[in-house]
Design a protein around this ligand. Structure first.
Ligand SMILES: [Zn+2]
Length: 599
């Protein structure tokens, strides 16, 4: 393995240019002092939101402050991430973080005070041109009014917050700090450390004994604590149910989806449509069984690559060319934004000692949409880079076209632009690669991505809704019942090619996302929306690309997420986008099987 360089050894052209935010640390310090001095400015609005003018003034002041603090925080956090071992920037980051908290606390009075203005008056005010940029935010507040309780009740609920978060923190501590697994042992008798972090890598191994050992040791351990973990999971489900009932929502799911104004039919549609297409998932598991040359597939065989020994190397320079070429269907402006990012150092490309691991797109209003990478010379990194550029272009367009309070985007649509880019890249590479083995490798990755994001997350969503409904009907969530429900779903999704054992039934016990209140379905809907939109662009061409840019990328959060997507060409309240996504998956299965004939 090549020696990891230090931050100082990085060539400047491969690092992000944070001078575009602050020229120097001294300039940061100056801004910090200035903003610190503006704490307290909120005092003049307290108890004063009694006219349109004061409301507009308060909202504008708060917005201006959050823009400035956002830039301060982004500078500090990116500086910190580029080398987390540098004390100076770790101090800078925590200083900026503290200031963010102080401002949020100072301004937390504003929303409750706006809610004290009666509904009709607020409706009238928000139609005034002076408030036009806040009109949509105020409309959303008015819509939530029905679920706001009295001052006394709200205070009580807020105070109970820490108690109610206990099941989640208990699970987190147990799962991350206390739980230990016996080593996994490979076919030659060598021991491999088994942790949350190594588990999936061990399951990708081509050594079946090692996979089996990792799988059995992991789930036997969870199985030994299944009663305790059924109680932490029941605890969090109970708090969701309690909060929904306290506020008068119809159900826990109704409350959770109402946060982003997502109709519940979106959820039901997803589950139903995916269920209608489980034959495709079964065809995939059967194909996997055949490719691996097994009589029966076991649950520890579902992660290992079907296509072995493909050396798909890719330098950063080559990767940039593939990415740019693949995005050409999006038109010149879109491609030029990415070129600008590559030329003007939005990307921090290579690994160095102390650098934050993984990859992300970050930034805020008034900064570039920076990208952190830890580049390795392989094709998977090309996909990561293209994915992050999807986020960055989305942020770029939204920030250029919306005021800052509407330039963010909700989690419901957050993974659409990134997966969209990946889909265009996969399509382009598949059409332009000559080596059949490389094509098979790519298709394998695509099929796995789809299985992981759509089938697996929908199975999770089905489980999550089932256990909430059970709790709402008064049924206790015992370990036995959870195992039963999970086992049934797992068998339904994976089908007959798999020979089941009891271990997988307890998988529910290790999934942190089940503590996040109806979160997982958005992986499936986001992925499906991206698959459907990219299919449309590839089939229909430029006009459709334009529509996607204008109606989706530029819109930020200036409308309800479901409307933004609908205007861009996918109506998530119908089954059509999921069906389109299934067609993409089916076509990839066909291609995979056809290519197998060639090798
Ligand atoms: Zn992403």
């Amino acid at each position: 393995m090549a020696k990891v360089i230090t931050r100082q050894e990085q060539e400047e052209k491969n690092t992000w240019n944070l001078k575009t935010i602050f020229e120097s640390d001294a300039a940061f310090e100056e801004k910090y002092k200035e903003l610190e001095g503006r704490l307290g400015e909120e005092e003049r609005f307290k108890g004063q939101i009694d006219s349109l003018e004061t409301l507009a003034d308060a909202l504008e002041t708060e917005r201006e402050l959050s823009e400035e603090i956002g830039r301060l925080f982004v500078y500090a956090h990116l500086k910190h991430d580029q080398d987390t071992s540098e004390d100076k920037y770790s101090a800078l980051e925590s200083k900026a973080r503290t200031l963010v908290v102080k401002f949020n606390t100072a301004w937390s009075f504003l929303v409750p005070e706006i809610m004290k203005v009666d509904e009709e008056t607020l409706e009238e005010w928000r139609m005034d041109p002076r408030l036009s940029e806040f009109s949509f935010d105020l409309e959303k507040l008015n819509k939530k009014r029905a679920y706001v309780l009295s001052d006394k009740e709200e205070k009580l609920l807020a105070q109970a917050g820490e108690v109610m978060s206990n099941p989640t923190s208990t699970f987190g501590m147990f799962n991350n700090a206390d739980l230990e697994f016996p080593d996994a042992v490979d076919s030659e008798g060598n021991a491999h450390a088994l942790t949350q972090g190594t588990y999936i890598d061990l399951l990708k191994s081509s050594d079946r004994k090692l996979r089996q050992s990792a799988y059995e040791n992991l789930y036997s351990t969870y199985g030994a604590y299944k009663n305790t973990l059924s109680q932490t999971l029941q605890g969090v489900v109970s708090t969701h149910v309690f909060q929904a009932q306290a506020r008068g929502y119809e159900s826990a799911r109704h409350q959770a989806l109402s946060n982003n104004f997502i109709p519940e039919e979106v959820y039901d549609n997803l589950v139903k449509t995916v269920n209608d297409h489980l034959h495709l998932m079964h065809r995939y598991t059967e194909l996997r069984r055949k490719m691996l040359g097994l009589d029966k597939l076991k649950m520890y065989d579902v992660y290992t690559p079907m296509v072995k020994d493909v050396d798909f190397e890719m330098s950063y320079e080559e990767a940039k060319e593939w990415m740019l070429a693949s995005l050409e269907p999006m038109g010149e402006t879109y491609v030029n934004i990415i070129k600008e990012g590559l030329e003007n150092r939005w990307v921090d490309v290579y690994e160095n000692k102390g650098k934050r691991s993984g990859a992300y797109s970050s930034g805020t209003y008034g900064t570039n949409p920076f990208i952190l990478m830890n580049w390795q010379d392989n094709v998977n990194n090309l996909f990561t880079l293209t994915h992050e550029f999807g986020h960055s272009v989305h942020s770029y367009y939204s920030r250029q076209n919306q005021p800052s309070n509407m330039s963010g985007y909700s989690i419901f649509v957050a993974e659409v632009a990134s997966n969209f880019n990946e889909a265009l890249l996969a399509d382009y590479m598949f059409k332009n690669l000559e080596d059949t083995k490389k094509k098979l490798y790519l298709l394998n990755e695509q099929l796995e991505g789809f299985r992981g994001s759509v089938f697996r997350q929908t199975m999770f969503a089905e489980f999550e809704h089932k256990i909430h409904s059970m709790k709402e009907a008064g049924e206790p969530l015992t370990a036995g019942r959870l195992n039963e429900v999970y086992g049934e779903l797992n068998r339904k999704y994976f089908g007959d090619a798999v020979e089941y054992d009891d271990h997988i039934e307890v998988e529910w016990a290790r999934i942190p996302h089940f503590y996040m209140n109806y979160y997982v379905y958005q992986y499936s809907t986001g992925y499906a929306a991206a698959a459907s939109l990219s299919k449309q662009v590839l089939e229909e061409g430029e006009a459709t690309a334009e529509r996607y840019i204008n109606e989706f990328l530029k819109k930020g959060s200036s409308d309800y997420p479901i409307n933004v997507l609908k205007n861009a060409g996918v109506d998530m309240t119908t089954s059509e986008p999921i069906e389109n996504a299934m067609k993409v998956f089916e076509a990839q299965l066909d291609q995979f099987e056809a290519l197998l004939q060639e090798v």
